[in-house]
Design a protein around this ligand. Structure first.
Ligand code: GLA
Length: 697
């Protein structure tokens, strides 16, 4: 008899799939199981007939099917002419399983559609699922949705979700998950600030280090929809997929549509250990990695000079930066064609004669003589109406013919699905990289899609997203050593798919350290610290107007991919001294900071927070305590418990203050003592922090 349940085991997680029926059903995703008792597992998933319902209670399959009576939102929706075949019912065609992966094909010979599921459990315990639908019929099939559904045990009684906005990304929200539905729909044409594609289901009261948690991420940089629903019979599920506009995907005979990948993680020990699996997933797929110490300290010119490019001033800035220990100088917006402000020049990707009469080479070689490499800003997907490109090719804009286009930051999107536009961009970027020694591209994307329309008249976001990937991939193939940063007005395009082809993300346009603490904490739920660009900005934050001491600004950046973004020429000497200290501290600890496991601790009070990094072998740890606001008077001593170290090991604990100067040794504690009792916390002023350094003795 054919085995009914397939047990995938990897990275301390088990996924059990019923591949014996029409569409595969995940019957267990969670704790690692030694063996499986088919009967008892199946009893938890296949419910008896519900009073008042149809005769069979259909399971919540990876693609739930209305056609078999499932009341969850259908995973596949679409139709043929006349509205036919809107509710297919698939039968199993074939499956192939190994220890950690499973490929299933299902077919509906009436609707003439087939589905192919690729399910694998990576060695780091992340579950990856992709699905493809193929039109086997002779007529067109208009696809509305193909999404991926993950059943969640009923004991998950809370949801943790993320939201945000420009300069204020990755807000965390917890809410009950006991009835009804939560949904998040992104129509911005990019991953978005507003709806990061991540959702967590959690056991009630689960936190950073305890409780069962299930997290799911849609690795996609276009539109998406997430859903978490509790059915009336109590069953729960998460569903993630691309949000398709009506008519956007029309499957001609023999053609297919593939979903983005869903990456899903589980831990029985809370959010921090579960996040490591997401982090591992990013690390395993990042391009051109040759070791963490390759991540160079950056100076970005944006908040230092904005559009005021003056070569003399920039040379001076580079000298000051190099003197502080900066390793990469990134020339931001304003270097090309007529781009003296944000109303002009996008699309004309050649060096401005006006500001760089001798080209970029003299500045680049100055930067290199100072011992740094050179990076540059581009925003390839955009065009300004005031540009030579637009004047020659107004038809290349991604607009809806006949309508007045909606502008964003005075610019339009270019239609990358139109081959001449794609080839033009490839050529211009290729020339830029071939003619200049450029080590790093900051690839920006500063406005959402509105009425984005392809030449055919259909919505373009799906194809545009694939074309963007193709453009980056082609450029990478020609220039494999160039590192790329994904920026979209800050953190508008951060996901695991863009991170397969970019090395860093610009986490937010806000570098106010207080707000950054929150933003980086939220982002660390699904991306590792070292990919998050984090810069030390000016004393008065350009986005919030608040002032912060330099030590605190630095403390809020050193745990990530460190950079500077301020006019060093205006910094008082003592501030430069502190920045130099911070850079040198970062370099001394770069290996552990960028290859260790990021840890977050549950907040002791609303006034502070703590996070850090443990080395993989747990022989060393760096833990930051950050005082956000005034401590509430009358509080007794506070302790920070540090779970997850080596229980038997003895750690010597010392402390760095906000100026990165080593302070007193605090003492020696066992890992188990640190977990059970914790470290006694110093009283700190708002806008300050300390870093505990733990080393095994
Ligand atoms: C966006 C980016 C900024 C900067 C500007 C330049 O807003 O997020 O970091 O590069 O564009 O125009």
């Amino acid at each position: 008899m054919r085995q009914r349940l397939i047990h995938l085991r990897n990275g301390g997680v088990s996924v059990v799939v019923d591949a014996s029926i029409g569409v595969p059903v995940i019957v267990h995703w969670g704790r690692e199981l030694e063996s499986i008792d088919e009967e008892s597992i199946l009893a938890t998933v296949y419910l008896p007939k519900q009073p008042g319902g149809v005769d069979v209670t259909a399971p919540i399959a990876i693609v739930p099917q209305h056609g078999e009576g499932c009341l969850a939102r259908p995973g596949l929706a679409g139709h043929r002419p006349g509205g036919r075949h809107f509710a297919p019912r698939f039968g199993l065609q074939n499956f192939e399983a190994s220890k950690s992966s499973l490929v299933v094909t299902s077919i509906d010979s009436i609707a003439e559609l087939s589905l192919r599921f690729e399910i694998s459990l990576r060695e780091w315990g992340a579950l990856s699922i992709k699905t493809k639908v193929t039109n086997n019929g002779e007529s067109r099939y208009l696809l509305d949705t193909l999404s991926i559904t993950l059943p969640i045990p009923q004991l998950a009684e809370e949801l943790l979700t993320l939201s945000g906005r420009w300069a204020d990304e990755f807000d965390m929200h917890r809410q009950g998950f006991n009835h009804g539905a939560w949904t998040s729909e992104n129509r911005s044409g990019r991953t978005s600030h507003e709806h990061p594609p991540v959702v967590w289901a959690m056991q009630a009261n689960a936190n950073e280090w305890s409780g069962e948690v299930w997290g799911a991420h849609l690795a996609w940089s276009g539109n998406h929809v997430l859903l978490a629903e509790v059915l009336a019979d109590g069953r729960k599920y998460l569903q993630l997929g691309e949000l398709l506009t009506a008519g956007e995907i029309c499957l001609e005979p023999s053609s297919s549509y593939s979903t983005p990948e869903v990456v899903a993680v589980y831990s029985s020990h809370g959010l921090t250990p579960a996040s490591w699996k997401f982090h591992h997933n990013v690390r395993a797929n990042l391009p051109n990695q040759t070791g963490p110490s390759r991540r160079k300290v950056v100076l970005n010119t944006w908040e230092a000079v904005y559009f005021d490019h003056d070569e003399k001033r920039l040379r001076k800035l580079a000298e000051l930066a190099a003197d502080l220990g900066v390793e990469r100088f990134v020339l931001d917006d304003g270097w090309f064609s007529s781009r003296r402000n944000d109303r002009s020049g996008l699309g004309d990707w050649w060096v401005s004669n006006e500001v760089y009469p001798n080209g970029l080479k003299p500045l680049i070689s100055h930067v290199q003589t100072l011992g740094m490499d050179f990076g540059i800003w581009v925003e390839p997907e955009m065009v300004s109406e005031d540009s030579q490109l637009f004047r020659s090719h107004p038809e290349w804009a991604l607009v809806s013919p006949g309508y007045e286009p909606i502008r964003g930051r005075n610019q339009l999107v270019l239609n990358l699905t139109y081959e001449p536009a794609f080839e033009y961009l490839f050529l211009k970027l290729h020339e830029l990289l071939s003619q200049n020694e450029i080590a790093f591209l900051k690839w920006d994307m500063n406005r959402p899609h509105v009425q984005a329309t392809m030449a055919s008249g259909a919505a373009a976001t799906h194809e545009q997203t694939l074309a963007l990937y193709k453009l980056i991939d082609r450029l990478r193939a020609e220039h494999p050593k160039v590192e790329i940063e994904s920026c979209s007005s800050g953190g508008g395009r951060i996901d695991h798919e863009i991170l397969r082809r970019t090395n860093r993300v610009w986490t937010s346009d806000c570098i106010d350290p207080i707000r950054r603490q929150k933003i980086q904490r939220g982002a660390s739920l699904f991306i590792p610290n070292e990919v998050m660009g984090a810069h030390i900005g000016a004393e008065v934050s350009h986005t919030t107007g608040f002032s912060h001491p330099v030590g605190f600004r630095a403390l809020s950046a050193v745990f990530y991919h460190l950079g500077l973004e301020l006019d060093l020429g205006k910094c008082p000497t003592d501030e430069l001294v502190s920045i130099r200290e911070a850079i040198s501290w970062f370099k001394n600890h770069r290996d552990i900071l960028q290859s260790g496991d990021a840890v977050r601790f549950d907040c002791q009070s609303a006034s502070n927070l703590s996070h850090g990094v443990y080395s993989k072998d747990r022989n060393e740890a760096l833990v930051a305590l950050v005082q956000l606001t005034e401590m509430i008077q009358g509080n007794g001593p506070q302790f920070l418990r540090l779970p997850g170290l080596n229980a038997q090991a003895k750690y010597q604990v010392s402390m760095f203050d906000s100026n990165f100067l080593p302070g007193d040794r605090i003492g020696e504690f066992s890992g188990s003592q640190l977990e059970k009792f914790g470290l006694s916390l110093p009283k700190l002023r708002p806008n300050s922090g300390v870093i505990f350094h733990l080393r095994c003795v």
